[in-house]
Design a protein around this ligand. Sequence first.
Ligand code: MAN
Length: 189
Amino acid sequence: MLIENGILADLSSEGGESAAVNGAKDRLKSAQDAVNSQRRDLDSHNEDLNKEYGPDGVFRALKGQCISVDSGEYTYELCFMEHTTQKSKKGGSSTRMGNFVRFDKITVDEEVSADGKGLGSGERIAMRHENGQHCWNGPNRSTTVVLGCAEQNEIWKVFEEEKCVYRMEVGTPAVCEALKQAEVVKDEL
Ligand code: MAN
C-alpha cells in the first residue's frame, strides 16, 4: 500500500524510484518537451520576420506568387522571394536559375516604352537569386531581377548577360511607392 501511494520506493521497478518521483519526472519531461517545441516555433517566426521583405515589407504579400514570359526558345518564370526557372518551349524539365537570397540596389539607365513599361533610369530595387542549377563549363546559374513600377506583376525582358548569368526586368506595383518617394527626395535636392 505504501508503494502504491508513492511513499515507499518500489525497488522492483526501474531505477527504484517511488511512483510520486516517477510521476514528477514524467511531468517535468513533458513540460521540457513543450518548451523546446515552443522555442523552435519562436525561432522559425523570428527567422521569417528577419528575412528581408524589402522596403516596409511590401514584398511579404508577393511571396510565392509566380509570373512567366516566353522569350526566345524558353519560357522563364519568377516566383517572388523563391526562385527563377527556365523551361524549353519544346518541353522537358525546367532549369533552376537561382534561389532568392537578398534584395539589393542597382543603378540602371534603360528605355521606357510608350506604354510606360521599362525600368527608366536611376536607382532601382533588385532581387538576387543564386545557386541555381550548375552550368556545364560555367558557374551555378544566377539571376538578378530588377524591379520597376507597373500596375501588374509582369516580366518585361529576360537576358543572359553572360553564360548562365541571367537578368530579368520585372514590373510590379510593390516598388511604385518607394520609387515615388525617391523621386520626391531627388527633386528636393
Ligand atoms: C541551357 C540554358 C542556357 C545556357 C546553357 C549553358 O541551354 O540554360 O541558358 O546558356 O544551358 O550550357
